[in-house]
Design a protein around this ligand. Structure first.
Ligand code: SER
Length: 317
């Protein structure tokens, strides 16, 4: 039987790339991109699209009824920095959106659900280096505790209703095809665009702020591998740690300078996103993902930087 896949939040940084990858695997007509806004040209023209607001239960029910999905990817969310400006809205979207989709997953007997969590589930009292899968978690952003509560709900729907839900705690994601919006790790994407366009960039995080990051190609592959793994291999139904590359703004600037020797980096004197970054892990232990479903990352800092620059140069030329 062929899959019918709904990707909700298809216009975002992850959705843009995931829809393309899933259409390549499953056939464009079997992947329905859904978003609250009209899509970018590429998504609109490469397969089916539905306007969908995860908080509008009637509209969402209609979409499930019409397409009878076998898989759902719920990517619609408000990220960490924007969430601090709109805390109630972030909670509502991130939480009620998840519960609406989970209820329909039960009602329509969806075979598999993917929902992204984040390194933001950790907080100032979590171990900062090689942060383990299980430890103290005291996130202090609305985004962080909405993701932590969401993880609990995912596990609950698995245990109580048998929903085959799978999740990853994504690090900061870096890709050239789509821009991030409203996150604390966004600097690591903006820097590449500005380096090529202007030869300089002012980082809103300080030079020594290490954070876990990952190249988008690895993140998409992790998502697809997790979803393809046999159900019995998925031992964690809340969300898996996913490590990626750990680096500081200064390390990234130095790597970019190897390709663009005149590149100049400066640092903002203060920015509210610094406190968020300081509350997050510097590096992650993802040995459970490696053991359970064979996860292995491919892109290191050098490989990611080179690939970003090659592709963005083509885009801007
Ligand atoms: N990239 C996200 C953010 O910065 C973390 O999951 O909010």
């Amino acid at each position: 039987m062929s899959e019918k896949i709904l990707v909700i939040g298809a216009n975002g940084q992850i959705g843009t790339e995931l829809v393309t990858a899933l259409r390549g695997i499953n056939g464009a007509e079997n992947v329905i991109a859904c978003d609250i806004n009209d899509p970018a040209y590429a998504i609109r023209n490469s397969g089916p699209f539905e306007l969908a607001n995860v908080l509008d239960k009637d509209n969402l029910h209609h979409i499930f009824e019409k397409h009878r999905p076998t898989q759902v990817y719920l990517l619609a969310a408000i990220l960490s920095a924007l969430g601090e400006q709109k805390p109630k809205m972030a909670w509502d979207l991130n939480m009620t959106g998840l519960l609406n989709v989970m209820d329909f997953a039960v009602e329509f007997k969806v075979s598999k659900v993917f929902w992204p969590s984040s390194i933001a589930v950790f907080g100032p009292h979590s171990p900062q280096h090689n942060t383990p899968q299980y430890c103290v978690m005291d996130p202090n952003t609305v985004y962080g505790f909405s993701k932590l509560a969401g993880e609990r709900w995912c596990e609950y729907y698995f245990n109580k209703y048998g929903v085959d839900v799978r999740s990853l705690r994504y690090p900061g994601l870096i890709g050239w095809r789509a821009n991030p919006g409203g996150g604390t790790t966004d600097y690591a994407v903006h820097i590449f665009h500005e380096a090529i366009k202007k030869g300089q960039y002012q980082s809103f995080l300080s030079a020594q702020t290490a954070l876990p990051m990952m190249y988008m190609d690895d993140a998409i592959r992790a998502t697809i591998e997790l979803m393809a793994a046999p159900a019995e291999k998925i031992k964690i139904r809340s969300s898996y740690n996913l490590a990626g590359i750990s680096f500081t703004p200064e390390m990234l600037a130095n790597e970019i300078t190897k390709h663009l020797p005149g590149f100049k980096m400066s640092y903002a004197e203060s920015d509210p996103r610094q406190a968020i970054a300081d509350s997050w892990p510097k590096s992650i232990d993802d040995s459970d993902a490696q053991r359970d479903w064979g996860w292995k990352m491919e892109y290191d800092l050098a490989g990611m930087t080179e690939d970003m620059l090659v592709n963005l140069k083509k885009l801007y030329s």
